[in-house]
Design a binder for this molecule. Structure first.
Ligand code: GLV
Ligand code: GLV
Length: 321
């Protein structure tokens, strides 16, 4: 069997694939074009795409792929319904990137609130005249409230870190998450309560039709003017134009963003703002995490193509029918 990997991933993942399949790896240094993806994946049994590759019904039908092992926990780049209708197993990489993503979330919280990037620029620009009681004052964490939208694995890992900083934790989720409530004294609240009471609001939800542009000007106006918004999930869960307006008008204090509406395109108005810290979708970007993602995605693809139900199946219903 033949599989296509749409970008060079850490070697341990490729080694697993090579034990079982003929492996073709795209060696380009930016995301593969749709045209090239169609050509290279055509006739392959499986594909290991990145979150930057749109895998829709056309790709499925033209290539004839029989399994998709996404190199990400999020899978809004894949038309899940089209895969399910074609009985194509789709897998993701949950679990292994939970801590790295929670760490990055906290890095953004600290960076925006304690003005790390601004301070670094200030120092490099030679502006520092000496210790100053009023210089670069930022926000606090102890006894402040963090609001977590989406108390899944990553939300819970963020909650544990927040507990360490002495923060109050509130959350929004479809389900009562009793385990984390007991562990860190988190309280489930309504969406509005979460917006109104959070000093730091952080998003840990997948991008679906239900969460598309969940946060816009109407929601931002409910937040405290001193609050910060953090997003390490998907850019499309925020109405970015409205966020930019809110940041420019100081309707909220600032934002820390790892993901963007049209990434890698960045709205030029966002770059002009000084109350935002922006990083290029690096939530899972630690060496160990990216290696583990490669291993898990490869194992998923091996399982899917050798007639087993993969550990991280996204559409298990294809095995029931
Ligand atoms: C990264 O954004 C992922 O979904 O794994
Ligand atoms: C992703 O791993 C999540 O469940 O938050």
């Amino acid at each position: 069997m033949r599989v296509f990997v749409s970008r060079k991933i850490p070697e341990p993942g490729l080694e697993i694939l090579k034990k079982h399949f003929d492996v073709d790896v795209y060696e380009g240094d930016s995301p593969i074009s749709r045209k090239e993806l169609l050509v290279r994946a055509k006739g392959c049994d499986g594909i290991l795409p990145l979150l930057t590759d749109k895998i829709d019904s056309e790709i499925m039908d033209i290539t004839g792929i029989k399994a998709i092992a996404n190199y990400a926990v999020g899978y809004d780049n894949v038309d899940v319904q089209a895969a399910t209708e074609r009985k194509i197993p789709l897998t993701n990489t949950p679990g292994v990137l939970t801590d790295a993503t929670a760490d990055l979330t906290f890095a953004l919280i600290l960076a925006i609130s304690r003005r790390i990037v601004e301070s670094d620029k200030y120092l490099r620009a030679g502006k520092w005249k000496g210790w100053d009681p009023m210089l670069l004052l930022g926000g606090d964490f102890v006894n402040r409230t963090i609001g977590i939208i989406g108390m899944g694995r990553i939300g819970k890992a963020v909650a544990r870190r927040a507990k360490g900083f002495g923060m109050n934790i509130i959350y929004v989720d479809h389900e009562q998450q009793s385990d984390i409530e007991k562990e860190v004294d988190a309280k489930k609240v309504t969406f509005s309560e979460c917006l109104q009471n959070s000093d730091y609001l952080t998003l840990h939800i997948p991008h679906t039709s239900e969460t598309h542009q969940l946060i816009g000007i109407k929601e931002l106006k409910q937040m405290k003017p001193s609050a910060y918004l953090i997003n390490t999930s998907r850019g499309k869960v925020i109405n970015e134009e409205e966020l930019i307006t809110a940041l420019a008008k100081r309707i909220i204090a600032g934002a820390g963003l790892d993901v963007f509406f049209d990434e890698p395109e960045i709205n030029p108005e966002l770059v002009k703002l000084d109350n935002v810290v922006i990083v290029p979708h690096i939530g899972s970007a630690s060496l160990e995490t990216r290696t583990n993602m490669a291993i898990i995605a490869a194992e998923n693809l091996v399982e899917a193509l050798t007639g087993k139900k993969p550990k991280n199946i996204v559409n298990p219903e294809i095995y029931y029918k």
